[in-house]
Design a protein around this ligand. Structure first.
Ligand SMILES: *Cc1c(COP(=O)(O)O)cnc(C)c1O
Length: 410
């Protein structure tokens, strides 16, 4: 098998000018991976800075209601509120090892940009975040924080002024700056070695979860649920259990308004994805018969992506993982239930995993032990959730703010 391939998926389809940069990155990554001191340094940093190991919380109320034991892996407790910290901190340490001093990244909703900006501030790197001009408008609070953290946010005005244009712009930057700059990719996608490298940093989730469930239950879980955007949090927790064939691994994509509606972001579960090559790698993309990328839809910005990790694509094609999709409606219901029953505030992305687990729990054998990966916390989603729930108090609040604002402006 060629390196960087998982079955027929993956690879590195990159412009000639970046070949040397990717070769050096792959070399640095492989050397770091072979050096136990690097992983120990990473573990110490994550303990000290990001609260690791994150708890595996027993959900007592839900367990009673469902009559099956339910555990929640608490990635929401990380620095900046999601598993993204695991990836950016790992790549930051690798940058140091490579002697690079400038970090660039693309961001859609701004969560990866935020995580990257905190990493760069702590490690003393210069930081430039490319963001579609449309997203800069929509995500004002994240832009504000990134700038306060010392990052430069560059609004990208080409194309559709969203994530994929920001990716192109970041690549253009890298071609001209690769000597001192590292491109901090945000998920387990893109050209080799990114899918493998990002999955390695995220494997900290699965390593911890495996140890924690064995301590708590004296046995492995029967089912593990994780949401799938690019696939990094799912890869993270799944790696704890890949070699245990009795553990069912379920990846949950964004079913949006329902698979039949065409408004979703499900590339694996629905069979609506088709194999293709784009953005440097081969995987299932949401595309039409002519290979044009389709618009994706999800209530969760972090799942709104046309591609998916080539490693997950392979695990799906080979039958090791099962892929499902949860609709926006199911996700909002699950989110409210988790809040009321357990006092947790999940991100909309993570709520997809919760929704699918809630759907399946009543049908599982009574001795089932379930882990749900809570990839992030929901504070960032307050506007979207309040809007989707048509909360009247919130509507009054927004109207009042708008009125205050126009008075102040005048
Ligand atoms: C970004 C994000 C995701 C999606 O990314 P993956 O690479 O699929 O994990 C999921 N959950 C949260 C909270 C996120 O911020």
């Amino acid at each position: 098998m060629q390196t960087g391939y998982f079955g027929e998926f993956g690879g590195a389809f990159i412009p000639e000018i970046l070949h040397e940069t990717f070769r050096r990155l792959t070399e640095a990554y492989e050397a770091a991976r072979a050096d136990p001191a690097f992983w120990n340094e990473y573990l110490r940093l994550m303990e000290n800075y990001s609260g690791r190991p994150t708890p595996l919380t027993f959900a007592g109320n839900l367990s009673r209601q469902f009559g099956r034991r339910v555990y929640i892996k608490r990635e929401d407790l990380n620095q900046t509120g999601a598993h993204k910290a695991n990836n950016v901190m790992g790549q930051g340490l690798l940058m140091r090892r490579m002697g690079k001093t400038r970090a660039i990244a693309e961001t859609g909703a701004g969560q990866h940009g935020m995580a990257c900006a905190t990493m760069a501030a702590r490690m003393g790197f210069e930081c430039v975040i490319y963001m579609g001009a449309e997203d800069v408008e929509r995500q004002r609070s994240n832009v504000f924080w990134m700038e306060r953290l010392g990052a430069t946010v560059v609004p990208v005005t080409s194309g559709s002024r969203t994530l994929k244009d920001a990716v192109n712009e970041a690549m253009r930057d890298w071609v001209g700056s690769m000597d001192h700059t590292h491109y901090v990719l945000g998920t387990a996608c893109g050209a080799h070695p990114f899918p493998e490298m990002v999955s390695w940093f995220q494997s900290i989730i699965g390593l911890e979860a495996r140890k924690q469930i064995l301590e708590a239950e004296g046995r492995l879980p029967t089912h593990v649920y994780a949401c799938v955007g690019g696939g990094s949090n799912a890869m993270g927790i799944f790696q704890g259990f890949l070699d245990d064939p009795d553990v069912t691994l379920v990846g949950v994509e964004a079913g949006g308004k329902g698979l039949a509606s065409g408004h979703h972001a499900s590339r694996l579960a629905s069979g609506s994805g088709a194999i293709g090559v784009a953005q440097g790698y081969k995987t299932f993309f949401l595309q039409n018969d002519d290979g044009q990328m389709l618009d994706t839809h999800s209530v969760a910005a972090g799942l709104d992506y046309v591609g998916v990790s080539p490693i997950l694509a392979h695990l799906h094609a080979s039958g090791r993982i099962r892929c499902e999709a949860a609709t926006d409606r199911e996700v909002l219901d699950a989110l409210q239930r988790l809040m009321r029953q357990e006092g947790l505030i999940p991100a909309l992305e993570s709520s997809h995993a919760v929704a699918q687990a809630f759907k399946e729990l009543p049908t599982l054998p009574p001795e089932a032990v379930v882990i749900i990966n809570l990839s992030g916390r929901g504070d960032k989603d307050i506007f979207t959730i309040a809007d989707a729930l048509e909360d009247p108090g919130w509507r009054r609040y927004i109207r009042k703010k708008a009125a205050d604002y126009s008075v102040n402006e005048a």
